[in-house]
Write a protein that binds this ligand. Sequence first.
Ligand code: HDD
Length: 766
Amino acid sequence: TSPSRRPSAKTAAAQVTAAKAAPFTKAVPAKKAGSRSAPAAVAEAQKRADRAAAASAAPGGDAKILQLNAHRVDKLDTTLTTDQGIRVEDTDNSLRAGPRGPSLLEDFHHREKITRFDHERIPERVVHARGSGAHGYFQPYDTSLARYTAANFLTDPDVRTPVFVRFSTVQGSRGSTDTPRDVRGFSIKFYTGQGVYDFVGNNMPVFFIQDGIKFPDVIHAVKPEPHNEIPQAASAHDTFWDFVTLQPETMHHVIWLMSDRALPRSFRTMQGFGVHTFRLVAADGTRTFVKFHWTPLAGVHSLVWDEAQKISGKDPDFNRRDLWESIEAGNYPEYELGVQLIAESDEFAFDDIDLLDSTKIIPEEVVPVVPVGRLVLDRNPDNFFAETEQVAFCLQNVVPGIDFTDDPLLQSRLFSYLDTQLTRLGGPNFAQIPINRSLAPVRNHQQDGFHQHEIPLGQANYHPNSLGGGCPVVPGAGGGAFVHTPEHVDGIKERKRSETFADHYSQATLFWNSMAAWEKQHIIAAYRFELGKVTRPHIRQLMVEHLNQIDHQLAVAVAAGIGVPSPAAGPPNPGRMSPALSQASMPGSTGVIGRKVAILVADGVEAASLETVRDGLTAAGAVVELLGLVDGAVNTADGAALPVDRAMNTVASVLYDAVVVADGDAALDQLVSDGYAVHFVAEAYKHAKALGVLGVGDRLVQAARLPVYEASDRIAGPASKPSAGALDGVVFLAPDTDADQQFVDEMVIAIAAHRHYDRPVDGIAA
Ligand code: HDD
């Protein structure tokens, strides 16, 4: 048992004696609570608590799921009642004085139903309002972190800690699109045996500002403008760029925002970062600085901007749907936790980086990322509001073994998160909401307030007390308590930014230098788009001057796109790179699990190759859908009816990772004369997606005027030529060959590579 559990009568009596003996101003030392108090015993008890909390192999789910089960309500086979349990006679007609007469006030069911409806909404999060959640678990690989941290959930490979994760966008309202150009939130609530630990990070490793006092400013600037509340979920407007140009510490984060990192293909394919430097604290008190990294096993992949904008209309729930469907299909998203560790004695070992400055990274080439465990998301929430909306992440929720640093951005956050939940969730008892409840016992003298769900027993609601047996006992440092890092602090009280925070450009340059050619093109296009929406010329001009500090070529390229004169040469670019920053140099996905493939079909389609390809890609883990010109079924060339999954006009190429055009002359006669089908292929090609062409399906490629046609001609040539082959992610199966399996293999490689940016796409109308 944990020392904070309600003690047995015998222990309580011992504590009364102890409490009487001790001066009342002192905490009752844990060692008075009996043999459990020795630190080793406490550590052992905590280990057991952790393991109990993590008994995820238990039938019916892990300990958190079992805890939540007590609150789940099933409406099946039940009878309609009021909130008071009174059975309802009729919920379709209000009580009236005659069928056409006035409604009567005494109709309590009518009033209750309307009142409850009127009060369904709570304030949305002031940032990160749009989000999606999932349950899962975290498990360390081994004990390797035990030298650094006393946090058992990070060091005991037998502990599977239940988690709830919420991904989010920052700028938009709760109902806004999933695919704006934006930062993504990456929050994890760990229900550990030592209490709740909240990780509240983003998918980018740096932040816009260095001091939390600027947070209201940067958020006001990026949110819809105050006079007309336009634009929704977009940074491409005057106030954002006005702020950015006047606050140069934003430059590093802004170049990340202009990169493809701001357009994740899926929550499954984005990284997560703790951003700040935190501390790990070992059982012996040794402290180590740490940066947290989460890396998805499905690879780090992004959308392209044109695609992201179209998805906002075609399926604004694109990322949420993908997360939900992946978990439903058993394709559980998985992320590896990695840590960068820096000995406390090395705090000042970096010439150009202050560990307390959240606008800086520590390049992985300088301090490697060590993998320590994995996070698996394996269960969708039962109810969006109860779980995903009411979950309350608070940066200050840490467990023993993890501690903060003096990063001034972090310090502000320690205040803000708890504070914001008070309004959002209507009072101080939000930690009792089922999704927020700790698995470790919660016992203290905090009381009352709105929505108190517990019924505290006893007379003593203060400490120290003798009337309650001195309980809850204050366990003290040796009793498994969280102990703030003891640290000497000395300073002059002043409002002053450290001079070590002064460099705002060199890591933006590092990021730029580390990009592949296509990533640089996307970044230039993003700056041109965003600044192109800025109506004030002086803001565009000033931004080009900032870009010139980052890299002259970048500034020249952006200036040329937004009607600003080319700047004079800027400071020299030292050319330093950090390859780990480029998505191009990251390991791609290990396969095509959960990737969506559309096969375009019409009446007269050749079934044999189509079925091999569909079954082969499905077996590899892809989600394959047959799209017809209309819904229902198509007749194959053999006269069989083949059901289609969707009509083409209800979806779009932007909702798929790859497109395959089926074989069959009659089918192609229809597809080439349907503008939607032609556009479907052209758009997928333009967005650099894998494209598969079966047999005479290349007639659609010709109709779309794709530049690969000549290559396909070569590949589809005489039998001496290869019968299947890929070119820039376009995979052909020559007519009348039986290389179907080879085609599938090539297609898997092309889809796993995600995008094929070397294609000449500028001239393609789509
Ligand atoms: Fe924050 C929400 C991430 C700086 C104040 N933040 C919020 C969420 C994420 C982050 C992921 C959504 C949590 C959820 O899913 O419910 N925030 C960050 C990161 C930051 C950061 C990675 C910089 C490193 N935030 C930051 C500062 C402040 C806040 C400097 C204020 C001083 N953030 C909040 C908040 C929110 C929030 C107002 C809104 C809703 C909530 O907390 O629960 O307190």
